[in-house]
Design a protein. Structure first.
Length: 266
């Protein structure tokens, strides 16, 4: 378990002076709260996380969101639905021998043992049960598998056995896989990478999802540089990096001291 290095599973880090830096896991807890409030009138029990293109932080968001969800929901399942470039099993350092692809091939509505295709994550910081279903063996036709009736029936089957399902979906623009995955979910969270995702790409991807009838509940900005985010960049109990209010107070004191040093000309 020590190999797992997700943000939400780390202890609160310290800087060189012993002061605590901002706890990044709070960002995912805020995201969880926003998702729960967005589903005030309708339950979001199956959530897909996607982005316009690859490498825009969707897998990291999915994994950390699943961890924080496990503190509120009794049984949480994280599924890697990106059958072309899977990444969830690497984040958790799990085996990818069995997973979604062979589970779909062997799925039957009666007598199906889903525990064969999932791996439970045990960690002191995870209060309830968190299970991960990797992508599984490579298949030649991911789009056909994810758009099949069996896939939708499989998700409905899982909804009866887990309180919350988070799917790490494929990116929208490069491949057609994201649309059927989104249609099988109750809602979609769209990730936008800071200073990386092009506005036109995000607009086209969101338009495609909404035209298909997917319930896009909101967007999430990922990969924000720490030095540009005031919440992430300053340290607690340090002198080197202070809040904006502390910096202004220090400047005023400095100006006053300099004014006292200036002697009036007689």
């Amino acid at each position: 378990m020590e190999k797992i290095n997700l943000v939400t599973l780390r202890e609160k880090p310290k800087n060189s002076n012993g002061g605590y830096v901002f706890d990044h896991s709070e960002a995912y807890r805020h995201l969880r709260t926003n998702i729960e409030f967005s589903a005030f009138n309708s339950d979001i029990n199956v959530l897909v996380v996607t982005s316009a293109n690859a490498a825009e932080g969707k897998s990291t968001t999915s994994a950390n969101l699943a961890v924080v969800m496990a503190s509120h929901r009794q049984r949480v399942l994280l599924i890697d639905c990106d059958l072309r470039i899977p990444d969830i099993h690497r984040l958790f350092h799990l085996s990818n021998v069995h997973g979604l692809s062979d589970a779909l091939l062997n799925f039957k509505t009666e007598g199906f043992n889903v525990l064969k295709y999932v791996q439970q994550i045990k960690h002191p910081n995870i209060a309830n049960d968190l299970y991960v279903m990797p992508s599984g063996p490579n298949v030649p036709n991911p789009a056909e598998m994810l758009s099949s009736k069996r896939f939708r029936e499989f998700i409905d089957f899982l909804k009866l056995r887990f309180d919350m399902i988070i799917m790490d979906g494929p990116p929208v623009l490069p491949v057609p896989d994201a649309i059927p995955v989104g249609l099988a979910a109750d809602g979609m969270l769209f990730c936008v990478a800071s200073e990386q995702t092009k506005k036109e790409h995000a607009k086209v991807a969101l338009t495609q999802c909404k035209r298909a009838g997917i319930n896009v509940i909101g967007t999430c900005v990922t990969m924000i540089k720490e030095e540009r985010n005031s919440y992430y960049s300053y340290y607690y109990n340090t002198v080197q990096n202070k809040t904006l209010g502390q910096q202004l107070k220090q400047r005023k004191k400095k100006v006053r001291k300099e004014d006292k040093k200036i002697k009036p000309n007689v």
